[in-house]
Design a protein around this ligand. Structure first.
Ligand code: NAD
Length: 454
């Protein structure tokens, strides 16, 4: 099929690369000319494992453009995957979605296309996008757009860091549509993934337990709500274990043991029960906020989701509070942060806990040193206002540090030579913000080990 993808960020690019690798003819479009230039050059503007490799294999079916006139005419399926960041008032800022929808309508020529919202959008946006596309089409072509478009919702569930894996082997594909025609077209598009009948890339083998992938077909509003409800549930699972972790600290329990004992109950499950600094990233914060504000429009309160947000924010503050109680005075101290990205295997810094923690420490007069295996350059570019020392090597973060905080659980930090790190520190205080290090070993090396929930 001919596919156009609007927005080549973490979602659009991953979708475009995977669909073209599966044999569809894909044009990825972005208004950011710098990104498109890099992509045309075979380079990726984001860090995502195996993206460059899969993109090289997909290349014959994949092109990149900044031109709607090039991408839209002739497309059978047009994905909208632009950003929907939170606005200062709370609900998502839909200006990118609006301008993409208008440009699609303006540039569509003839035939039939399904316009698919892959961006996470407030409930009701499908209908809104449909009317924007039609109106722009009618203004540009001076004829009715009666049978040219349908609109569908296809929420995205990929996790950054395993985005390609999640796209090729998803737990489910959700399609919201109000017409059979668009459902059939998207079914055909996703068929190789649903049937799992493609030969996997050598570097992304198919997990043994993946056979066929379930398709969930729903109406537009339900598909849009599925995305928010799923993200909010995952967010509150993390906040729940963090709330229990807070109590565990007070009563002398170990949250890792508690989480294991809880998670092995099949009704609960072990995933997203890792206590620590809490969630970050572009989705959970924004989507929980959007859910609460959509509900407010209908005079519905969502106290559980709101509480999940409060607990998550508190975790970041608790890191600084615990350092304060350990060091007594923070002013003039040197604190090292290991990890900036909101989670391992990505360079995404949106709503990363490291940023809040660094700001808080700097405000309290600390000298803050930071390191990240892949996100350091992005951090330098995006945070010019934050007065911290960027270190190319984690050992340099340890130099003269009064305390180190493991903020992002990169594999590299799990395997670090902690004895050598200790030798460079002023005092051996290690805050394991993700509860992933071996406390006993670290204590044997003379570290004072701190964590959330233990
Ligand atoms: N990142 C994730 O893990 C994830 C997961 C699931 C869903 N989502 C949702 O998917 C959407 C995209 O997220 P992302 O992380 O890929 O965003 P992103 O910011 O990485 O990428 C968005 C891209 O859209 C481009 N863009 C903006 N306006 C445009 C326009 N009018 N025409 C063409 N391109 C335009 C931007 O230049 C940017 O490259 C959001 O709604 C997000 O909530 C993201």
């Amino acid at each position: 099929m001919n596919v156009a993808i609007i927005g080549t960020g973490y979602v659009g690019l991953t979708t475009g690369v995977c669909l073209s690798w599966l044999g569809h003819k894909v044009t990825c479009l972005d208004t950011d000319a710098g990104k498109i230039e890099m992509l045309q050059d075979g380079r990726a503007p984001i860090y995502e494992p195996f993206l460059v490799e899969l993109m090289a294999e997909a290349r014959p079916n994949l092109r990149f453009s900044t031109s709607y006139a090039e991408a839209i005419p002739g497309a059978d399926v047009i994905f909208i995957a632009v950003g929907t960041p939170p606005s200062p008032q709370g609900p998502p800022d839909l200006r990118y979605l609006c301008s993409a929808a208008k440009a699609i309508g303006e540039h569509f020529d003839s035939g039939y296309a399904v316009v698919v919202n892959k961006s996470t959008v407030p409930i009701g946006s499908g209908n809104w996008v449909g009317s924007l596309v039609r109106e722009a089409y009618e203004n540009a072509h001076h004829r009715k757009a009666s049978d040219n478009f349908s609109v569908a919702s296809n929420p995205e569930f990929l996790r950054e860091g395993t985005a390609l894996h999640d796209t090729l082997y998803p737990d489910r594909v959700v399609i919201g549509s109000d017409t059979n025609r668009s459902l059939e077209i998207l079914y055909t598009l996703y068929r190789p993934i649903l049937d799992q009948d493609f030969a996997p890339p050598t570097f992304l083998p198919r997990p043994e337990d993946v056979a066929a992938v379930p398709l969930v077909s729903a109406d537009l509003a339900s598909a849009e709500l599925i995305k928010y409800a799923a993200n909010a549930f995952l967010a509150l699972k993390i906040s729940y274990i963090n709330e229990i972790g807070h109590l565990a600290e007070k009563v002398g329990a170990d949250i890792a043991q508690v989480a294991r004992g809880m998670g092995l109950d099949a009704r609960i499950g072990t995933r997203f029960l890792q206590a620590g600094i809490g969630w970050g990233g572009s989705c959970f914060g924004k989507d929980t906020l959007a859910l609460v504000s959509t509900a407010a429009e209908y005079a519905v309160e969502m106290p559980i989701v709101e509480a999940a947000r409060v607990v998550n924010k508190r975790q970041r503050d608790r890191v600084v509070e615990k350092l304060l109680s350990e060091l007594k005075i923070l002013k003039g101290r040197t604190i090292g942060l290991l990890g900036l990205a909101f989670k391992p295997n990505t360079d995404d810094l949106r709503e990363a806990p490291a940023l809040d923690i660094a700001h808080n420490l700097v405000q309290r007069g600390c000298r803050v040193k930071v390191h990240d295996p892949v996100a350091l350059d992005r951090f330098r570019r995006e945070n010019t206002d934050l007065d911290v020392v960027c270190c190319a090597d984690p050992g340099d973060v340890a130099e003269d540090a009064d305390a180190l905080v493991l903020v992002t659980e990169w594999q590299e930090y799990r395997e670090i030579d902690w004895a050598a790190m200790a030798g460079r520190m002023r005092s051996r205080i290690l805050f394991d913000g993700r509860n992933v290090l071996d406390r006993t070993k670290l204590e044997q090396l003379g570290y004072r080990y701190l964590a959330l929930g233990a």
